[in-house]
Design a protein around this ligand. Structure first.
Ligand code: CP3
Length: 351
C-alpha cells in the first residue's frame, strides 16, 4: 500500500516519471495562509509547539500545490531547546540561543531521552498529520545533524563563517566531541519517536556541512550521520532516510557512499550532470533547483527545472530545491514549477 506513494518508490531505488516533488521549507512566509496562522499563534515557537496549528501549516502547501510530501512543521533548534538551551526567535533577527562554552555546559544539558517528553507536541503534530495527510503524500519528519545544531549552540545564533565553532572544535576537542555525542544520542531518540508517531521518511539537515573539509568532514559530518542512520534504521528498517549536506562540493560522492542514506539531498551549487554520475550511482538524489528562481520566475525557471528533470531521469530522483524557499518567492512561480516538473511540455502544448 504505502509503496504506491511516489516518494517511497523513488526512495526504494525506483525511477519514477515524472519525479515526485516537494520543496524545502514549503510551509513558510511566502504563503499568505502561513502568515495568517503564524499571526494567530503569536510567535514562531508557539506555532511549533501547538500541534493543531503546526499540522495546519504543514498541510497548507500540500493542499495548494498537491506536493508529494508533507513535511512536519517544526525546527532543527527544538532539540537544543529540549536539552535545556534557552531559545528564542526574535522578529527579523533569526534564532538566539544560550551558548555552550565548557565541559560543564555540556554535562549540564538534560539527558538525551528528555526529547521524548519535551518534544511531545511535535509527536502529536505527526499523529494528527498521519490521519489528515492526503493519500499520495508521504509524511516526512526531520532533525538537524549534530554539526549544524552544534554551530548554533556554540555561536548562540546563526552565523555564516562558523569561526567560533571551528575554533572550539580545534581547541576544546573533548568538549566538542561530548557535545556531538550528546546531540547524536538525542537525535536518535527524536527521530525514532517521530517514526513511532507516524513519520514515513526522515531527513537529516546538515546545512552547514560545507564549513568542514577533509578529515573534519569525515569526523563531524559523515560519522555522526552514519551513526544516527544505522541506529534509527536498526529499529525501523523500512523507513528511508534522506541526508542533506549543504555545500559539501565534491565530498557529496563520499557522503553518498558512506552514510547509508537512502537519498542524498543536493544543494543548488552542485552540477546535476556530475551528481547523476557520482551521487545517483549510489543512491536516490533529491534536488536541486536554485530557490532564487522562484522569486524571479520566467523562462529561466522553466528551463532550469526541465534540465534538472532530464539530467536525473535515468535513476531515482525526487525533485526539490537546493536550499529552502525564501519569503519573497512568488506562489504563482511555485505553481509553474510544479506544472513543469509534472509535465515538462505543458507550456508548449498550450501555446
Ligand atoms: O520545510 C518545512 O516547511 C518544515 C519546517 C522547517 C523549518 N525550519 C521552519 C522554519 C524546517 C525543515 C526547518 C529546518 C531548519 N531550521 C534548518 C535547516 C534547513 C535549512 O534551511 O538549511 C535550519 C538551519 C533552521 C534554523 C532556523 N529556523 C533559522 C536560521 C531560522 C531563521 C531564518 C528565517 O527564515 O527567519 C528559522 C526559522 C524558521 N524555521 C522559519 C520557518 C518557517 C521562519 C520563521 C517565521 O515564521 O518567522
Amino acid at each position: 500500500m504505502a509503496e504506491s506513494k511516489p516518494i517511497l518508490k523513488a526512495l526504494a531505488g525506483t525511477r519514477v516519471s515524472p519525479p515526485p516533488i516537494w520543496l524545502m521549507r514549503q510551509a513558510g512566509r511566502y504563503l499568505p495562509e502561513y502568515r495568517a496562522t503564524r499571526q494567530k499563534a503569536g510567535d514562531f515557537l508557539t506555532l511549533c509547539y501547538t500541534p493543531e496549528l503546526a499540522a495546519e501549516v504543514s498541510l497548507q502547501p500540500v493542499r495548494r500545490f498537491e506536493f508529494d510530501a508533507t513535511i512536519l512543521f517544526a525546527d532543527i533548534l527544538l532539540v537544543p531547546h529540549a536539552l535545556g538551551s534557552e531559545l528564542c526567535f526574535s522578529e527579523g533577527q533569526g534564532p538566539r540561543l544560550s551558548t555552550i562554552a565548557s565541559m560543564n555546559d555540556v554535562i549540564n544539558l538534560r539527558p538525551p531521552g528528555i526529547v521524548r517528553e519535551s518534544l511531545a507536541p511535535v509527536f502529536e503534530t505527526l499523529r494528527i498529520l498521519s490521519n489528515e495527510n492526503p493519500g499520495n503524500a508521504a509524511l516526512i519528519g526531520f532533525a538537524g545533524a549534530p554539526w549544524t545544531v552544534a554551530t548554533y549552540m556554540i555561536s548562540g545564533k546563526g552565523t555564516t563563517d562558523h569561526r567560533r565553532p571551528l575554533e572550539f572544535m580545534r581547541s576544546e576537542i573533548m568538549v566538542f566531541d561530548a557535545l556531538i555525542d550528546r546531540l547524536t544520542e538525542a537525535t536518535v531518540e527524536y527521530l525514532s519517536a517521530q517514526i513511532e508517531a507516524g513519520a514515513e521518511v526522515v531527513k537529516l539537515f546538515d546545512s552547514w556541512a560545507g564549513s568542514l573539509r577533509g578529515d573534519d568532514f569525515d569526523r563531524y559530518v559523515i560519522r555522526p550521520i552514519r551513526n544516527i542512520i544505522s541506529r534509527v534504521s536498526e529499529k525501523n528498517p523500512s523507513v528511508p532516510i534522506i541526508a542533506y549536506a549543504r555545500r559539501a562540493g565534491k565530498a557529496y560522492s563520499r557522503f553518498a557512499n558512506s552514510t547509508g542514506a537512502a537519498c542524498v539531498a543536493l544543494d543548488s551549487s552542485v552540477d546535476p550532470e556530475w551528481a547523476a554520475l557520482r551521487v545517483q550511482a549510489h543512491s536516490c538524489v533529491q534536488g536541486n533547483l536554485d530557490p532564487k528562481l522562484l522569486v524571479s520566475g520566467g523562462a529561466n525557471l522553466v528551463e532550469q527545472a526541465r534540465k534538472i528533470v532530464a539530467t536525473f531521469s535515468n535513476g531515482p530522483h525526487i525533485f526539490n530545491l537546493g536550499e529552502g524557499i525564501t519569503p519573497d518567492a512568488d506562489p504563482r512561480h511555485v505553481q509553474i514549477l510544479v506544472d513543469t516538473v509534472r509535465d515538462p511540455d505543458w507550456r508548449s502544448r498550450r501555446a
